[in-house]
Write a protein that binds this ligand. Structure first.
Ligand code: GLN
Length: 256
């Protein structure tokens, strides 16, 4: 995309999917561009809206099983959008991640086809995964990710899928390999709510650099580090005032 044009961020079905303020991910992406002097707009693609035209980046959030099932069918029926999603960058959170996969199995063993963009499948786990999560992202320079998870579906990565991160605390995909989320050249999929990009702005910049096609200058915002520390403390069950040594230990594990 050219430097002058407005970056169009398509927020998919915010009226159907978007638990835990996942729509905030679109706001974070737009704001991190605007604060760097790059025009950006968030296009709401609601269930009643017409085709939004092509966006540069799509964001899809989490939701309850029934909402997720509706969203899956809706996306499968909207061919233009479905085709655009095959090649455009996407941030997909929780139900959004599952929807992009090959199929999602419900509690009765019925499988609903997904969009087939990711080589992942999802089946119900023994129990819900609920709580704070800490992972180590496989993307160079991204480091630790924190978030909140609440899902029954557990996601199996097929041979053509790679994880976004390795779980340090929490459940993530729920597979024995300790993987969290899924990653392709265009898709960042994760179970982390938060919104995940508000908690982990480095991940937001990774997505944006892919869209813009160049590195973005650093963006220092007040309180960003404090908020990050607070969530690290929550995820590792350490009081905030004793976080210093924990952070150092996590860092050693990260670089080992
Ligand atoms: N309904 C899905 C599950 O329970 C996704 C939940 C979510 O998006 N938070 O696995």
């Amino acid at each position: 995309m050219s430097r002058e044009s407005t970056v169009r961020i398509g927020l998919l079905l915010p009226d159907v999917l978007g638990t835990y303020s996942d729509r905030g991910n679109a706001v974070v992406l737009a704001q991190r561009l605007l604060r760097r002097g790059i025009d950006a707009e968030v296009i709401m693609v609601t269930a009643g809206s017409r085709s939004p035209g092509r966006c540069d980046l799509y964001v899809i959030g989490g939701g309850e099983d029934a909402a997720q099932s509706f969203a899956t069918d809706w996306l499968l029926q909207h061919r233009d959008l479905r085709v655009a999603l095959q090649t455009t960058r996407i941030l997909a959170v929780c139900a959004g991640l599952q929807v992009l996969g090959q199929w999602i199995e419900d509690g009765h063993g019925r499988r609903q086809p997904g969009l087939g963009i990711l080589d992942v499948t999802t089946s119900p786990g023994q129990r819900r995964a609920v709580g704070e999560v800490l992972t180590r992202c496989v993307l160079p320079g991204v480091g630790l990710l924190t978030g909140f998870e609440n899902h029954r579906g557990m996601t199996h990565l097929g041979p053509d899928a790679a994880p976004l991160a390795v779980v340090m605390h929490g459940v993530g995909n729920g597979s024995p390999d300790g993987s969290e989320g899924a990653l392709t050249p265009t898709v960042v999929g994760t179970y982390l709510h938060g919104p995940v990009l508000a908690r982990n702005p480095v991940l937001a910049d990774h997505l944006l650099q892919g869209v813009i096609g160049r590195d973005l200058p650093a963006l220092e915002l007040p309180d960003q580090e404090d908020v990050r520390d607070m969530h690290l403390a929550l995820a590792t069950h350490h009081p905030l005032e004793r976080l210093g040594p924990v952070r150092a230990a996590l860092h050693r594990r990260r670089s080992s």
